[in-house]
Structure formats: C-alpha cells, structure tokens
Design a protein around this ligand. Structure first.
Ligand SMILES: [Zn+2]
Length: 292
C-alpha cells in the first residue's frame, strides 16, 4: 500500500539528499513580503508546491499506520490499474483560458477525459461547463467548492466545501466522483462523500505538470517530492510517458491551469498512444476498483 516510500528513498539516494534535509526544505515557508497581487494561477501554483512538500515531510516523519488512521494522503492509488487503459484527468477548471483549447485537442485525437471542476469556477463559467457536457465525450467530477487544503479545515468547513461543490454537479451522472484538492483526504470528508453517493479518486500517475511550469525544468527538491526522475527534469512529455509505462497505465493527474500541460498535451497523448494504451474516463467500470 505504501509502495512510494522505497521509491522516494531511492530517489533521495540518487540525489544524495537525506530525508531530514528534505523535511527541512519542506518546512512551511515564511510568507513572502507583499509584492504585486499574484494571479489566481500563481497563487494556486504556490499552494500546490507547498502542499507537495508538506506531504513529503509528513510521509517522512509519520508512520504509514498513523497517516492511514487519519485517512491522510490516500490519493496515490495503491491497486494496479487494468492493463492498457489510461484515463487523463484535468483538475482545477473550468478555466476561461484553457478549457476550450483542451477540449479541441481531445476532440482532434478523439479521446475522452475527466474534468475535476472547482464549484465556484463552475458557477462563474457555466458556459464552459455546458461545453464540456455538450461534447458528450467527457465526464465532469467535483473538486470541492473553492480548492482549500482539507487538512487545514475544521469539520464544518470541510462539510460546507464538499456540499457546495456537489451542488454544482450535473444531475444525471452515472458515477459520482470526487477528488480532494491536493489529494488531501480526511476521514470526515470520506464519510460525507460516501453518504452522498460519491466515490473518491486519486491518481496512479502524477504528471507533475505544476512543477514543470516555469522554464520547462523541475527544481531538484520538487523533482524528488513529485517523483520526477533525473533524466526527465527538463522533459515533461518524457516524464509522463515513462510514468504511465511504469504503472502500466491508469488515472493520470494533470491540471487545466498550467500552461505547460496544454502546450504539450498533443505530444503526451501521442506518446501514450504510441505505447499502445487506450484512453478512457474515470467512470469506466473497468476502473471501479481504483475508486474508493
Ligand atoms: Zn486541484
């Protein structure tokens, strides 16, 4: 179940970093002095970066049993995916700059995908939600109301985030699916989602697209925290294709809000297809065992 621990330790050894160094790097950062107001994308990018480092630190410092008892960090799917299938997932939309462009790439390759939408953005951009639904090709899933870190929220706030997010969901979904922001699950959230008939899903493969965002290269500590091998630190497409091959397919985590993802989406699709995988959606019955 915790197969990532030896993998992270191997990576650390290759990079000559100790878990303690990593834990120190992952310590919460002092808030930066107020500069110009960061864009929504930049703000979210910084949050994802910090969440990844915090997750790495907690994994290094806690026992798997303790994390399990708190229902934390369940987003890395432990069970193997059905062979030969890949489900691309796009989080954090709908996005006025990218959703439609992602839709056209998917249409060009005639492949389906799953969109994990943030409730308040669905309310803000209903026309984009309608476009995704009108394609009849893709599935929409919930990704909370406003994308908070559930590990920082009390029970009431968690419940409200879930409930308000679900209120935005289309009514005729065959399979109701939820993904926690940052993959940060809680026992309380799990119980509420299951009571509302939702299945929770993480990912088999992290594209680490958030880490490649700026110059197309991943910083060393982010490469470690996301599991990007040394040879792919400047090769987003190579990382995704190799990670998919290594897991024999499965659910792939990507984001609408990072420019790099859209810029290389066609190459990612072509590389995965060349390796013989077939694309599907997260609500495919063959992926049922990958949902919680
Ligand atoms: Zn997200």
């Amino acid at each position: 179940m915790f197969s990532w621990i030896p993998k992270i330790r191997r990576l650390l050894a290759v990079m000559a970093l100790s878990p303690l160094t990593l834990a120190a790097m992952a310590a919460p950062e002092e808030p930066a002095p107020a500069a110009a107001t960061p864009s929504h994308h930049e703000h979210l990018h910084a949050q994802v970066r910090q969440a990844h480092l915090n997750r790495l630190r907690e994994r290094m410092m806690s026992t798997p049993e303790a994390l399990h008892a708190q229902c934390r960090f369940e987003s890395d799917i432990a069970t193997p995916p059905p062979a030969g299938l890949v489900a691309l997932t796009f989080d954090d939309g709908p996005d006025p700059e990218r959703t439609e462009q992602i839709l056209s790439v998917l249409e060009r390759y005639d492949i389906p995908a799953t969109f994990f939408f943030i409730g308040e953005k669905m309310q803000k951009y209903p026309e984009l939600v309608r476009k995704v639904l009108a394609s009849k090709r893709h599935v929409i899933a919930s990704h909370s109301w406003s994308h908070p870190n559930f590990h920082d929220l009390g029970v009431e706030a968690q419940n409200s985030e879930i409930t308000k997010g679900l209120e935005q969901m289309p009514e005729d979904l065959d399979v109701k699916i939820y993904r926690y922001p940052f993959g940060n699950s809680t026992c309380n959230g799990n119980d509420l989602l299951h009571a509302k008939g939702y299945r929770i899903v993480g990912w088999h493969v992290d594209s680490c697209d958030w880490a490649f965002d700026r110059s197309g290269t991943v910083a060393l500590h982010e490469a470690v925290s996301c599991g990007v091998a040394v040879q792919f630190r400047s090769d987003f497409v190579g990382h995704v294709a190799s990670a998919v091959r290594e897991r024999h397919g499965g659910i792939v985590l990507m984001h609408e809000i990072h420019a790099n993802t859209l810029a290389h989406l066609n190459e990612v699709i072509e590389a995965i297809r060349k390796d013989g995988f077939t694309f599907t959606r997260v609500d495919d019955p063959r992926l049922a065992t990958s949902l919680r």
